[in-house]
Write a protein that binds this ligand. Structure first.
Ligand SMILES: [Fe+2]
Ligand SMILES: [Fe+2]
Length: 282
């Protein structure tokens, strides 16, 4: 039994790097109605690597522009402030999510792939369901498992204890995780999002991505992230040690008005989009 205390979790969350300065400036600019496309361009293009990643994502099959987007200015005009913001965030957390997460048996790049696939799937669902805030949905999908990066350290030598519990006691991975560690990755992920000053609805969606019926602020957002995560697990992307050891919430499916047949159809519709490496190899 490893059982870590709250102070240890706080210490580890404190070790999580702050959002890069550029990301913070982009967040401020995209919230300010007086900002111009030029302002945003000036901030992003200060960082060449970030600029290259943003352009690669903007040109991915997911956004589906018929011709090449060559500059950040063009990307901002064509995709809009909210979408540019969510793309810059993806480019900013790429390194953090790309590390090996051995406590969950995720090879380097696997958590990133899982996170980005969930973000794309969630945004796709948001579009199908005609939700207003598709970019917030994308961001919640992107960050839903970020707590794994923090808990990784504690789970490394003990994940067999968690998987054995899942096996023998027939409980969900999340429950086993919190019985062994006293914390689960959803709770810890919410602390990271809070540290980054992300909106409370987003913090909630991360906290309850495995228990969407507990969401109060924005149950729809949480349900979409939950179902997108389940779809990505069904597709086998970034399964890791926890694999399919989470129940799919029927109330979440009901909230979205989706049947199992709809889910299958949407998985088929996503195959081409998720096959485009421009979304993953940043
Ligand atoms: Fe999760
Ligand atoms: Fe996940």
């Amino acid at each position: 039994m490893v059982r870590i205390g709250l102070d240890q979790v706080v210490a580890v969350v404190n070790d999580i790097p702050a959002l890069p300065q550029i990301m913070i400036r982009v967040m401020k600019l995209t919230e300010d109605p007086d900002s111009t496309v030029q302002d945003i361009n000036n901030v992003i293009t200060q960082d060449q690597a970030l600029t290259a990643r943003v352009l690669r994502l903007a040109n991915s099959a997911y956004y589906g522009f018929p011709r090449r987007i060559n500059t950040v200015t063009e990307a901002t005009v064509l995709l809009g402030f909210q979408t540019i913001r969510s793309i810059v965030l993806a480019a900013s957390v790429n390194d953090l999510l790309s590390k090996e997460v051995s406590g969950y048996a995720l090879a380097p790049g696997e958590l990133w792939r899982h996170s980005q696939a969930t973000a794309i799937t969630a945004r796709y669902l948001a579009r199908v369901l005609k939700m207003k805030n598709a970019d917030q949905v994308y961001t919640a999908g992107l960050l839903h498992d970020i707590g794994k990066v923090v808990l990784n350290h504690y789970l490394e030598e003990n994940y067999h204890e968690v998987t054995d519990k899942v096996e023998t006691e027939k409980i969900s991975f999340l429950q086993a995780e919190s019985e062994v560690l006293a914390f689960d990755h959803a709770m810890v992920g919410a602390k990271v999002a809070d540290k980054w000053n992300l909106p409370p609805e987003l913090v909630e969606a991360i906290a309850f991505h495995h228990a969407p019926e507990k969401a109060e602020l924005n149950p729809l957002l949480t349900a979409v992230v939950h179902v997108a995560d389940a779809m990505v697990m069904m597709m086998g992307i970034g399964l890791g040690v926890d694999g399919l050891a989470y129940p799919l919430s029927q109330p979440a499916l009901d909230r979205l008005g989706l049947s199992p047949a709809d889910i299958e159809r949407m998985i088929a519709g996503l195959t081409d989009i998720l096959a485009d490496e421009n979304s993953f190899l940043l």
